[in-house]
Design a protein around this ligand. Structure first.
Ligand SMILES: Nc1ncnc2c1ncn2[C@@H]1O[C@H](COP(=O)(O)OP(=O)(O)OP(=O)(O)O)[C@@H](O)[C@H]1O
Ligand SMILES: [Mg+2]
Length: 262
């Protein structure tokens, strides 16, 4: 029997904190589901912001990604329905903070997440992984499991330096574990067109990564308010600029994924 082909598995990565990874993961997941795609959002961050931002109550959850990485047999218990049709979540948990120590000595420590996800390939059209702000064993597991990365960057002076380090890491992952890992694109976030530095940073990133930069997401208050209501922006403020730009970004993602698999 031939194994089921992997759906697109998109790791949303940047070792820098606060650049919009979780905001991107939540809103991309919800728009993909709204467009009719069965989607799984994996919260790989001990801060578990995707889990709460999507409206799940940590106190009600019995299992998380931590349990799956420790014991793959817990996969079914950790798969949670979300408040939204076609969207499931594997929650994050603060235990993930010690995962480097806990799985560091285990066999195939870098491929544990990839191996866990294989039985899910036929159930989802998209799998998204919201990574923590670090290049640690969890992020390595995410990049080994992924078919492609999306890199959100804040349009500020040090963005390119961070990107250089991240793309070097991606090369190492390709060479050692996952030769097909693609860069789906770089997503400028919290963009303010009035600021010349913001415009300059995007121009610099485009010159180093031609045709790989998504249309920027503007700084928008509704995007920052939505998580405190446990809602994606498409429900919290569907007419806001932030909602419209994440909807457009989701269409760009669908287009790039189709191009990559054509
Ligand atoms: N486009 C935006 N406009 C306004 N606020 C935003 C936007 N994107 C993200 N934010 C806010 O910026 C903060 C950081 O965003 P987010 O949590 O998505 O980043 P992150 O990269 O996941 O952070 P961490 O590295 O800590 O996981 C949050 O308070 C979020 O609500
Ligand atoms: Mg986050």
């Amino acid at each position: 029997m031939t194994p089921t082909q992997s759906p697109p598995i998109l790791a949303i990565v940047n070792q820098k904190g606060g650049v919009g990874k979780t905001t991107t993961a939540i809103n991309l997941a919800c728009y993909l589901a709204e467009f009719g795609h069965k989607t799984l959002l994996i919260d790989a961050d001990p801060q578990a912001n995707s889990t709460s931002g999507i409206g799940l109550d940590q106190a009600q959850l019995t299992h998380s990604l931590y349990d799956i990485l420790m014991d793959p047999h817990t996969l079914e218990q950790a798969l949670c329905p979300s408040p939204f049709p076609r969207l499931h979540v594997i929650p994050g948990h603060q235990n993930l903070a010690s995962i480097d120590l806990d799985i560091g000595r285990m066999v195939s420590r870098e491929t544990r997440l990839k191996d866990c996800l294989t039985p899910l390939h036929s159930f989802y059209d998209f799998i998204l992984i919201d990574c923590p702000p670090a290049i640690n064993l969890i992020t390595v597991n995410a990049m080994v499991a992924a078919t492609a990365t999306i890199i959100p960057v804040q349009c500020e002076y040090f963005a390119l330096e961070g990107l250089a380090y991240l793309t070097q890491t991606q090369v190492l992952i390709r060479e050692n574990f996952n030769p097909n890992l693609d860069l789906l694109g770089i997503l400028p976030t919290m963009y303010d067109a009035r600021t010349s530095l913001n415009r300059q940073v995007i121009a610099n990133i485009e010159s180093v990564f031609p045709n790989q930069v998504f249309s920027a997401i503007p700084r928008n208050i509704k995007l920052s308010e939505a998580p405190s209501h446990g809602l994606p922006v498409q429900l919290y403020a569907p007419k806001s600029k932030g909602a419209k730009r994440y909807q457009y970004f989701t269409q760009e993602v669908l287009h790039r994924v189709q191009q990559a698999t054509a």
